[in-house]
Design a protein around this ligand. Structure first.
Ligand SMILES: Cc1cc2nc3c(=O)[nH]c(=O)nc-3n(C[C@H](O)[C@H](O)[C@H](O)COP(=O)(O)O)c2cc1C
Length: 196
């Protein structure tokens, strides 16, 4: 195992994301997010990466959604990026934490006004009678917040996945793919290669 520089896997991830922004037809920031109940029952869905730095990978959602409830009860989670046109995959495992209110407020303020209203109107992951029920809720919150800034709902915020393992997978000829995995230690990261 090689000892690596403190933030080497994060820098590597940023380099691949930059390339993906040039190559992918849409949503290079899309990632699958796997969560699990405290009993270990898994679930997975796509979310959008909204920030990455030495602390981890940040995305936004509703605390009362299925994923929100699962992460609040069991912080163990994993992410996968698949950039099809580059034939690359990144797998990230770790624990999630809620971002602080100031960070969530700052991001929420950059969202389109209708997306802000949508955060109020959508009871994400709960049963919906029909589209009209949702439209009524959108109309209701549009009226409620007709002037001034739309505040962030208390149940809508960001999670940061703090990584303990990051794996870079690159397609190679004859399925002899390249796999480079980083493990976090007290001092930084170690890395090793895995058989494909
Ligand atoms: C490309 C893509 C990006 C998405 N981004 C988000 C996101 O950033 N946050 C979010 O809450 N849902 C996002 N969704 C919707 C989720 O996949 C999911 O349907 C929703 O969050 C409810 O998931 P849950 O019931 O497991 O909590 C996205 C869906 C797709 C296909």
């Amino acid at each position: 195992m090689a000892i690596t520089k403190i933030n080497e896997p994060i820098a590597q991830f940023e380099a691949w994301l930059t390339e993906a922004r040039d190559s992918e037809p849409n949503d290079p920031e899309a990632m699958s997010l796997a969560t699990a109940t405290p009993a270990g029952v898994p679930s997975v869905r796509m979310v959008l990466l909204k920030g990455v730095d030495y602390r981890g990978f940040t995305f936004y959602t509703n605390f009362d959604s299925r994923k929100g409830e699962e992460m609040l009860a069991n912080p163990a989670a994993a992410l996968t990026f698949h950039w099809k046109s580059l034939r690359r995959q990144v797998r990230i495992e770790g624990t999630t934490e809620v971002v602080d209110d100031a960070e969530a407020d700052e991001y929420f303020s950059t969202r389109a006004r209708l997306s802000q209203i949508g955060a109020w109107a959508s009871k994400q992951s709960r049963p919906l009678e029909g589209r009209f029920e949702l439209e009524k809720r959108v109309a209701c919150y549009t009226a409620k917040f007709h002037v001034g800034a739309v505040p962030r709902p208390k149940y809508w915020s960001g999670f940061r996945l703090v990584p303990s393992r990051i794996e870079f997978w690159k397609s190679m000829e004859f399925r002899l793919h390249d796999r480079l995995v980083y493990h976090r230690t007290d001092k930084g990261w170690t890395s090793e290669r895995l058989y494909p």
